[in-house]
Design a protein around this ligand. Structure first.
Ligand SMILES: Nc1ncnc2c1ncn2[C@@H]1O[C@H](COP(=O)(O)OP(=O)(O)OP(=O)(O)O)[C@@H](O)[C@H]1O
Length: 234
C-alpha cells in the first residue's frame, strides 16, 4: 500500500498536558478517514497540524503538498463574488474556467456571480467545498463542515461529498461529532480521546450505506459506546 500521509509520534501541548500524545497516523491515497472524539479530545488540533496551520514536533511528518481545508464556517470573502472566492489563489490563466467547473460540481452553476452574504448556509458550504477542490488537493481536510447546517441539508451534503470524493478521489480526513456522518462516508473511523487514538474501525460496506442496515447500526452503537453516549433506543 502506498502512503500519502505518514505521521509518527506527533506531540502537541499548549503548556499543560499533551493535547496530542504520540500520535501515529497513516493514510493511503484516496482513503476516506473520519475522526471522532469528544469535545476537547484534540481533533481540530490534529487537523490544523495536517493543514499546516499549526506546527508540532513529530518523529515523522510526511504530507502531500496539495492540501485543502473546509471549516465549519465557509470563510468566504464577503466583498468578492462566489466565483471570485473560488478562483482566489489559483495561479493559473484558466482559474475562472476551473472555478466555473468546481461550482458546477457542487451544484452552484446558478450562483457563480452571487455575493456570499446572499447564500444559504448549504450554498455557502458548497462554495467552500468548490474553493477547496479547485486546487485539486491530494488531501482534503474537513473540520466539522456540516455542523452548522440543518439536518436535511446535512444529509444532502453527505451525498455531495461522497460524489465529489468519488469523482476527484482525494484522501479525506473528516472531523465530525456526527457518528452517522462518519459511518455513512468513511472507509475507516478513528476515535480520539485525550490526544490518543482509542479505537479504529474499518467500514467495509458498499455505498450508499443505509442507516437501517444492521451492519451500520452495529458500528454506530460501538462508536457511541466508545464515546460514552448511550443511544436513546438501544
Ligand atoms: N491555541 C490553543 N491554545 C491553548 N489551548 C488550546 C489551543 N488550541 C486547542 N487548545 C486546547 O487543546 C484541547 C483540544 O482542542 P481541540 O480544539 O483540538 O479539540 P476538539 O476535539 O477539536 O474539540 P471540539 O470537538 O470541541 O471542537 C482543548 O483542551 C483546547 O482547549
Amino acid at each position: 500500500m502506498s502512503t500519502l500521509v505518514d505521521i509518527r509520534k506527533l506531540h502537541r501541548s499548549f503548556g499543560g498536558p499533551a493535547v496530542l500524545d504520540s500520535i501515529d497516523l497513516t493514510m493511503a491515497p484516496g482513503e476516506f478517514v473520519a475522526l471522532l472524539g469528544r469535545s476537547g479530545s484534540g481533533k481540530s488540533t490534529l487537523l490544523r497540524v495536517l493543514a499546516g496551520l499549526d506546527t508540532a514536533p513529530a518523529q515523522k511528518l510526511e504530507l502531500p503538498v496539495r492540501r485543502s481545508v473546509v471549516f465549519q464556517e465557509p470563510r468566504l470573502l464577503p466583498w468578492k463574488s462566489v466565483i471570485e472566492n473560488v478562483a482566489l489563489g489559483v495561479r493559473r490563466a484558466d482559474a475562472r474556467t476551473l472555478a466555473t467547473q468546481a461550482l458546477a460540481d457542487v451544484g452552484l452553476s446558478h450562483r457563480v456571480d452571487a455575493w456570499p452574504l446572499t447564500l444559504s448556509g448549504g450554498e455557502a458550504q458548497r462554495s467552500a467545498l468548490a474553493r477547496a477542490l479547485v486546487r485539486e488537493p491530494k488531501l482534503l481536510l474537513l473540520d466539522e463542515p456540516f455542523a452548522a447546517l440543518d439536518a436535511l441539508t446535512r444529509l444532502r451534503m453527505h451525498d455531495l461529498v461522497f460524489e465529489l470524493w468519488r469523482k476527484h478521489h482525494p484522501a479525506v480526513l473528516l472531523v465530525t461529532h456526527d457518528v452517522w456522518e462518519a459511518v455513512a462516508l468513511a472507509d475507516r473511523i478513528l476515535v480520539l480521546d485525550q490526544g490518543r487514538f482509542i479505537k479504529e474501525i474499518r467500514v467495509d460496506i458498499d455505498h450508499p450505506r443505509r442507516r437501517d442496515d444492521p451492519r451500520t447500526s452495529r458500528i454506530e452503537a460501538e462508536l457511541l459506546k466508545e464515546l460514552g453516549v448511550e443511544p436513546l433506543h438501544a
